[in-house]
Write a protein that binds this ligand. Structure first.
Ligand code: DP6
Length: 321
């Protein structure tokens, strides 16, 4: 086989990872629960570099000067495959990169999936998780579809806890800004770990939030899930804010959107929302309410565009030759 193309989708955490247990292995200090979406995707083509030992990474058509984010993942996989030469990696995102839409998670998950097939490794999930985590702590969750847990308590076990078809919720993403973030999640969470007076209680509350969210997903209780997800999100935002220097990824437009979305909820529409390291607002709702929410948000001046998604599937190979 000379080239493989794979696809993976971003995932949004409902119970967040913000802080590492170990920098070198990039191990999250806490468990997280996410949902993988469809529509947005990263596609990665990988082939062996027959000319040189160099790894080449072309992202959205642009050759990257730095391989830093991919190197640990490639080194891990090369050790398993005994490959000492380079690879050519071409990744494309059909959505804004590094803007709080989890492009690194889908990018890394698609790369690991494509590499595994190109070298015929057939790795077990725990090795795919290890390879992905070295690139991004949230990336293993994009290997899988539906609601996914990445459990830091039990050896970084990653599994789907509810399949997309078992609870088909809808997701609406309000894009409020296309700019790349100025401070990466990696930098931001290290600042928080070292300086936020709230970091310890954030860490201590993780187990309970995970249990509550898991129970809500088991029972398919939309309200319970929404409640714990929003509380968890705001706790993360407080940890960011109380860091030194204080970290804020939200813009005025994000706040405008939040206010609008709360008004829609006050009218009796079931929805909840979450935010990550960026200004985009992600709304989770029932499919039957999607059109009503869309209509209310479409013309809002702070919404540059509205992306619709459903719960999606995990990373997979789409072409090989
Ligand atoms: C706010 O996985 O991007 O989206 O491991 O340093 O690459 P690194 O960080 P990353 O952080 C994700 C942070 C978050 C919350 C989450 O997705 O759990």
């Amino acid at each position: 086989m000379s080239k493989v193309i794979s696809i993976a989708h971003p995932n949004f955490a409902l119970i967040k990872y913000w802080g590492k247990a170990d920098l070198k292995s990039n191990t999250p200090a806490m468990s997280s629960i996410s949902l993988t979406i469809d529509t947005l995707s990263s596609t990665t083509k990988i082939s062996k570099n027959r000319q040189t030992n160099e790894n080449i990474w072309i992202l959205n058509g642009k050759k990257q000067e730095q391989m830093r984010q991919l190197d640990p993942t490639l080194e891990y996989l090369n050790r398993i495959s005994n490959y000492t030469s380079g690879c050519i990696i071409e990744s494309n995102n059909n959505f804004p990169t590094s803007a709080g839409l989890a492009s690194s998670a889908s990018g890394i998950a698609s790369l690991v999936t494509a590499y595994d097939r190109l070298f015929g490794l057939n790795l077990k999930l725990d090795s795919l998780v290890q390879a992905s985590i070295l690139g991004s702590g949230s990336a293993p969750r994009s290997l899988l579809g539906g609601f996914v847990i990445l459990d830091a308590e039990i050896g970084l076990n990653c599994e789907t806890i509810c399949q997309p078809e078992d609870w088909p919720l809808s997701v609406l993403i309000c894009i409020t800004d296309y700019k790349e973030k100025t401070i990466s999640s990696r930098e931001g969470m290290e600042i928080s770990r070292k300086t936020s007076p709230l970091y310890k209680s954030w860490l201590d509350s993780n187990k309970k939030d995970i249990q509550t969210a898991k129970a809500a997903i088991d029972e398919k209780s939309f309200n319970n899930l929404g409640e714990v997800a929003e509380k968890n999100c705001y706790k993360m935002l407080e940890v960011m804010k109380s860091s030194d220097p204080s970290i804020n990824y939200l813009s005025k437009q994000t706040i405008d959107c939040i206010n609008k979305v709360r008004k829609i909820r006050d009218k009796g529409v079931d929805l909840f929302y979450t935010l990550d390291a960026g200004p985009q607002l992600k709304i989770i709702c029932k499919p039957e309410d999607k059109e009503t929410i869309k209509r209310d948000l479409e013309k809002h001046p702070s919404v540059l565009s509205l992306v619709e998604a459903n719960i999606g599937f995990g990373a997979r190979v789409i072409n090989e030759s």
